[in-house]
Design a protein around this ligand. Structure first.
Ligand code: SF4
Length: 100
């Protein structure tokens, strides 16, 4: 599964040429009534995961808010992974200079 992106974030990524429409699934409304887009996944996870390591949106200023704010601690990371909300988790390298 991919991560959830606000409509304004998706629009900005498309406008800046950092994403294509196919990089997102159709919009859906979550249990809190928010409209969201989930990022599509490829063989290795989220489509924004780079071939070597890390998120290719990391240095663009347009990394999805959820990927910046969460997880706040290892337990939350485990919970999100169980819910398949951290598609790039398996490629994380703790302690290195470049994060996801
Ligand atoms: S941080 Fe991970 S889940 Fe979020 S956009 Fe980047 S590759 Fe995708």
């Amino acid at each position: 599964m991919g991560c959830d992106v606000w409509p304004r974030e998706r629009a900005a990524l498309l406008q800046q040429g950092l994403a294509e429409v196919s990089d997102f699934l159709d919009a859906y409304v979550d249990e809190e009534g928010d409209e969201l887009y989930r990022t599509a996944v490829g063989d290795r996870g989220c489509v924004f995961l780079r071939e070597d390591r890390g998120c290719r949106l990391h240095h663009t200023g347009l990394k999805p808010e959820v990927c910046v704010l969460a997880p706040r601690h290892p337990e939350e990371a485990d919970e999100m992974k169980e819910e398949e909300l951290l598609p790039c988790h398996d490629s994380w390298r703790y302690g290195g200079p470049a994060g996801p």
